[in-house]
Design a protein around this ligand. Sequence first.
Ligand SMILES: NC(=O)c1ccc[n+]([C@@H]2O[C@H](COP(=O)([O-])OP(=O)(O)OC[C@H]3O[C@@H](n4cnc5c(N)ncnc54)[C@H](OP(=O)(O)O)[C@@H]3O)[C@@H](O)[C@H]2O)c1
Length: 313
Amino acid sequence: MAKTLSRVVLIGASGTVGSIILKALLEDPTDNFTISVLCRPSSTATFPEHDSLKVVKTAFDDLDSLTNVFKDHDAIIHASAIPTLPSQHVMIKAAAQAGSPKRFILNEFANSYDQPGLPELEQFRTPKREILDVAKQTALETNDAFSWTGLATGNFLDYALVKYPQIGVDIRNRKARLIDGGEERFSATILKDIGTAVRGILRRPQETRNRMCHVRSVETCQREILDVCQRELGEMGDSWDVESVDGKEMYERGREAFARGERNGMVDILVAQLFQRGAKRSIVVERKKSDNDLLGVREKSIEEVVREVLKNF
Ligand SMILES: NC(=O)c1ccc[n+]([C@@H]2O[C@H](COP(=O)([O-])OP(=O)(O)OC[C@H]3O[C@@H](n4cnc5c(N)ncnc54)[C@H](OP(=O)(O)O)[C@@H]3O)[C@@H](O)[C@H]2O)c1
């Protein structure tokens, strides 16, 4: 088996995804990962004191400085905020010219490119797709001195259930909004498993070279999530306010609102994308075809996921 890519640059390490990856690498007892956290100069983020961790600040568009930082590293993981996605163009260039083989883990963490998407959501996929194309081209041009990996995860279900009641089950306020009966199935990944999967990519460089990997923690639907929440909380019957919504109407409403310039319209479109009955837009990957086993991600029941989430309330 090829050697683990253990000398890592991590960009966005103070964020939602980045902090989970940092934890997975720092707490790993088997591979001695060393991590250079790369922050923008204006960053006020702080990190724990750790022998294997150093913090470097540099502008995300400074090719020379980035090239210098990337030297003596095996892998660069971009997990910075959405406005910084275009910085990957210059970072890919820096990685390709920094000498010694480099793996670039792209800032994907989204749906698979194989999933059908509503046209209004294409604007969010385009920047990532363009960067993916640049990575593919760079790998070709550098004769594989530069290689890339992307990770498709679908939505972050545990994070969404705490932060975004728009997902349809609002645990704090005991309200649910089920689209078309809430039975459309979707796959999702919990935050911790994203850290596990990225660590798995670093451990399996050969098998993850120049391709998208696909993982999932759970497959479920809105109705199941609501049922499990009610059961776990011992609140069956009328104690929740449950509303049923027609997915097609919701999509049309969202489109009209968005066309009028109301940003909230996009939330309705996103929800329709996920939950419209029969649309089959929401399974990132079937269990059997997933990279779970390769990357060390264990599939869970919705009960297990919800039980963990309820500890946050
Ligand atoms: N599939 C899903 O459900 C889902 C959900 C959330 C996110 N994502 C994806 O995950 C990726 C990472 O997103 P995230 O939510 O983890 O990022 P985030 O928490 O918003 O930001 C990550 C880090 O980016 C750095 N940063 C650099 N420039 C910034 C700027 N102009 N504004 C704000 N932060 C800036 C900050 O770190 P420093 O201060 O250290 O520089 C920040 O902590 C994105 O590709 C996003 O699309 C997917």
